[in-house]
Write a protein that binds this ligand. Structure first.
Ligand code: 5GP
Length: 210
């Protein structure tokens, strides 16, 4: 059976461990494609252009918007972030499941455009863990951490729009849960109506003795 690729959105509070989770998921299972976003924010130490993000100036980013090169884009803490269209469409055509690690506004835009998208929200086991992880990362100033936490509160108010939550306590279990949820999505009846119809026809033919 030929599987069509699924579009998966993963959101979650800053510092919740989404990046690590996704890295492990794609290493463990070969058929996932992780979309690389464009952004106007500064590269963090250790980040490389074209690996974590495509780093753009505001002018470059606005040109991408004008040329309709992005599936969605949003502003987050003063910077633009957006999903390049071409990669996502190519990968899905090849039957790969494409993961977008994006924030709430973008997630809602994707859901509106592609209603079959699976929306996952990664939660911390508790609020203290979140702050501790953000501080430990050591890449942001206290002011930025504060802005990101405020944004986390805002984002948590849109959580009802998502399909499933993943409480990221044990990384290994979270990876397996994410994989299972995506697999389950492949098996939804309304995604498999052709196959279901074919079996129904075959069984009917058997009953009639054809
Ligand atoms: P960070 O600066 O920590 O890498 O990302 C900040 C936020 O932007 C995260 O919530 C991340 O999921 C989100 N983000 C990353 N890429 C995109 C994108 O292409 N579109 C949207 N809407 N959000 C994104």
């Amino acid at each position: 059976m030929n599987r069509k690729g699924i579009l998966v959105v993963v959101s979650g509070f800053s510092g919740v461990g989404k990046g690590t989770l996704m890295k492990l998921l794609t290493e463990r299972y070969g058929h996932y494609a992780l979309s690389i976003s464009a952004t106007t924010r500064e590269a963090r130490e250790g980040e490389e252009d074209g690996r974590e993000y495509f780093f753009k100036t505001r002018e470059e980013f606005e040109q991408l918007i004008a040329d309709d090169m992005l599936i969605e884009y949003a502003q987050y803490c003063g910077n633009y972030y957006g999903t390049p269209r071409e990669y996502v469409e190519d990968q899905m055509e090849q039957g790969r499941d494409v993961i977008l690690e994006i924030e709430l506004q973008g997630a809602l835009k994707v859901k509106r455009k592609f209603p079959e998208t699976l929306l996952l929200f990664v939660m911390p086991p508790d609020a203290q863990t979140l702050i501790a992880r953000l501080r430990k990362r050591g890449t942001e100033t206290e002011e930025v951490i504060h802005r990101r936490l405020a944004r986390a509160v805002e984002e948590s108010e849109g959580i009802e729009e998502y399909d499933y939550m993943i409480v990221n306590d044990d990384l290994d279990q979270s990876v397996e849960l994410m994989h299972s949820l995506i697999e389950a999505q492949h098996n939804k009846i309304n995604r498999n109506l052709d196959f279901v119809g074919q079996i129904q026809r075959e069984v009917r033919a058997l009953v009639k003795g054809e």
